[in-house]
Design a protein around this ligand. Sequence first.
Ligand SMILES: Cc1cc2nc3c(=O)[nH]c(=O)nc-3n(C[C@H](O)[C@H](O)[C@H](O)COP(=O)(O)OP(=O)(O)OC[C@H]3O[C@@H](n4cnc5c(N)ncnc54)[C@H](O)[C@@H]3O)c2cc1C
Length: 376
Amino acid sequence: MSDTSFLDWPFLEARHRDLAKRLDAWCQRELPRDHSDVDATCTALVRDLGRAGFLEGTAGDAIDVRSLCLIRETLARHDGLADFAFAMQGLGTGAISLFGTDEQKQWLERTRRGEALSAFALSEPRSGSDVAQLDTVAERHGDDYRLNGEKTWISNGGIADLYTVFARTGEGPGAKGLSCFLVPADTPGLEIRERLETISPHPLARLGFDDMRLPANAMIGQPGQGFRIAMSVLDVFRSTVGAAALGFARRALDESLDRARKRELFGASLADLQLVQGHLAEMALDVDAAALLVYRAAWTKDMGAERVTREAAMAKLYATDRAQDVIDKAVQLHGGDGVRKGHIVESLYREIRALRIYEGASDVQKIVIARSCLAT
Ligand SMILES: Cc1cc2nc3c(=O)[nH]c(=O)nc-3n(C[C@H](O)[C@H](O)[C@H](O)COP(=O)(O)OP(=O)(O)OC[C@H]3O[C@@H](n4cnc5c(N)ncnc54)[C@H](O)[C@@H]3O)c2cc1C
């Protein structure tokens, strides 16, 4: 049984405690799922989460970041793919929630019900961390825009019903010349060029735009606002990546405590060895410290802060880096079982790695934090 004492921390309210309880009960019944066909499983997970009402808070005018964090933490503790499916419904529609027109927001009804899947298409082969240099071009032709270029590492690529796509419209140099577009998956000229496989399978693709025509009202926000939109979306969702890492770490700690109590070695239990107790103490400390940073960032945003760049960067950096270490210790404490294919800690070991890379690599978060400190 996981430690739930954090639910009584002052960052959270009674409605959050109720949400965590309801979702945990749902997870006990519904998860984990079979991961052999990630496309089918993700589509089914989105549908089921939508039917159960858990996608309601992923999009709309008032996003409660604490609820998103609690949901991601809980889902990640039970099944990484369920966390991924949930997370993309918010990230993929974030630009519409924050900057979309009423007409564009009609999509949100469907994504919140789990009837449409969404994707966030920012990264490109030449520009992952260096987003401002992206090459995809959107040229204005009368009432239309024509998009040409390529996106890569796009989560839900190939199964999404809509993509929020960032492209260069050229109002200014670098970051000042980007705009954001809403692209339904059946738009002619949008191609899935390659499906990408990673150590922990998720639906991922490289997309191509070949003279893809979009009406001018497909633009989200104003021309030249794309970089600001992307950063605002990441500002909301970055702390939730920390929450997912926290869920993985909490599961690793739970599994390790269980193992330490049950495993007999040298005539006593593993838990009686003081070096093991040292590992367990460090793991518990990392979990609690990460939780404090994650829920501090979420609470700050929910209390009305316009930007939480520093808090979110700290939450993501610390929670993902420490979760990697907590999970590594869990693998060690499980001995051979820790690296056995199909064992829960083996899958956590694979799941956690990408979180230190996407939505801003750990090194980039350090730069964000340092700049924010130097600016004060
Ligand atoms: C599983 C997964 C899912 C993803 N999903 C999406 C998605 O849905 N949508 C999307 O748009 N993108 C997505 N991405 C892409 C992700 O955001 C990029 O991989 C990430 O931004 C890093 O870009 P890159 O891979 O081009 O690495 P690079 O930009 O080449 O960076 C490589 C490494 O260089 C270091 N580095 C980079 N910049 C600096 C710096 N300024 N100072 C010091 N060191 C630095 C970091 O260690 C970094 O990991 C996903 C990636 C993965 C792995």
